[in-house]
Design a protein around this ligand. Structure first.
Ligand code: FAD
Length: 323
């Protein structure tokens, strides 16, 4: 029997985040012929409903309220609990983003549901849904089988492919009112710290620098390479601790977990805590002057040499070919 799946959409800077469409895609599989309902929250979000339909949702619930313009835990939690109470879904999915990580355990607790977090694959076998998730900092994967009752899961960005967009699909968009009361959080100002451009956790190409870049200026050739490939710049904690870049760029156990198609580790030794955040990248290219650096053990391609020579050379060659 088909299931009703709610997908909680996430908006950043006025756009729907790609992982929300990946969650819709997982939702279509989990629904198994049932209904996928996307929920989008904000101040005036009806115009953002259409892409959810074209990516596979059957209908969209738009929740508009001035207090939902910017994310706060208590306002979003209250609004979503009202929607979920009304819809009574069999499954709830959302992105495993900063917001997803903040909101999902609270919602799950309030709803009395268990939470399967950070799923990288979803398989449906009849009534059973099998979620794959990394454990031990990505060194192993476990499969969690869900049978009967409701389930709540978060989806790691860049792992489940969004279905092809079908502009011809149609579906209802319903605007609903929610009552938000006793809110304890007031956002006075949002300070954008991270670099503009491609979002690190959703980037297909990442050029990450470590302590080997030597200083802030050392990131410049990496930024040029990333710009050329339409990617994002990341960093090791070594580089962040040395104040060569902002902590928002940190990848690893205590930073962001990323799964790009292509990951350049430049002047990064490959400590276990760094590998925890990037070892599942599809292709890893390591550039390091130390041939014994542990990063070469996980790299698909290794270049031993000085990054300040190699990166400009690589960029020069790439500029000669279409990417
Ligand atoms: P280093 O280990 O100093 O390596 C620098 C590398 O650059 C060396 O391999 C060197 O050969 C190479 N190099 C130097 N100059 C050049 C050059 N000119 N050309 C080419 N190569 C060059 N780390 C993370 O990254 N992410 C985390 O989330 C994280 N979480 C942690 C959590 C805990 C609890 C702890 C204890 C540690 C954590 N760390 C994390 C830190 C981690 O253990 C390492 O210290 C850190 O990753 C090292 O950063 P690095 O590789 O940039 O620096």
């Amino acid at each position: 029997m088909g299931k009703k799946v709610i997908v909680i959409g996430e908006i950043r800077n006025g756009d729907v985040r790609g992982v929300s469409f990946e969650a819709v895609s997982a939702g279509v599989d989990v629904a198994n012929g049932g209904e996928v309902v996307a929920v989008v929250l904000g101040e005036d979000v009806n115009s953002l409903a259409e892409p959810f339909i074209s990516y596979g949702a059957d209908r969209v619930i738009a929740v508009n309220h001035p207090e939902l313009k910017l994310y706060t835990t208590d306002a979003y939690q209250q609004a979503l609990l009202q929607v979920i109470d009304e819809e009574k879904p069999d499954a709830i999915l959302m992105g495993h983003t900063s917001i997803g990580k903040d909101l999902s355990p609270r919602l799950a607790m309030k709803l009395g549901l268990g939470l399967i977090s950070d799923a990288v694959a979803v398989e449906v076998m009849g009534e059973e849904v099998l979620f794959t998730r990394p454990i031990y900092s990505g060194k192993a994967f476990e499969k969690e089988k869900h049978v009967g009752g409701s389930v709540f899961a978060t989806i790691r960005p860049n792992n489940i492919e969004a279905k092809e967009r079908d502009e011809a699909r149609t579906g209802a968009v319903k605007t609903i009112e929610v009552v938000l009361k006793d809110l304890r959080t007031v956002i006075k100002e949002v300070v954008q710290k991270a670099t503009a451009g491609v979002d690190l956790s959703e980037a297909n190409v990442i050029v990450a620098g470590g302590r080997g870049v030597k200083n802030k200026d050392g990131f410049r050739p990496l930024q040029e390479l990333a710009d050329h490939l339409g990617g994002a710049v990341g960093a090791s904690r070594g580089a962040c601790d040395a104040d060569y870049c902002d902590y928002a760029l940190q990848i690893g156990q205590t930073g962001k977990v990323v799964t790009p198609d292509l990951y350049f580790a430049v002047g990064i030794s490959g400590a276990i805590q760094h590998l925890a955040g990037m070892s599942n990248a599809k292709t890893i290219v390591a550039i390091n002057k130390d041939p014994d650096a542990p990063i070469f053990e996980v790299a698909d391609y290794g270049i031993v040499g000085d990054l300040f020579e190699i990166v400009p050379l690589l960029l020069g060659e790439l500029k000669k070919v279409e990417v």
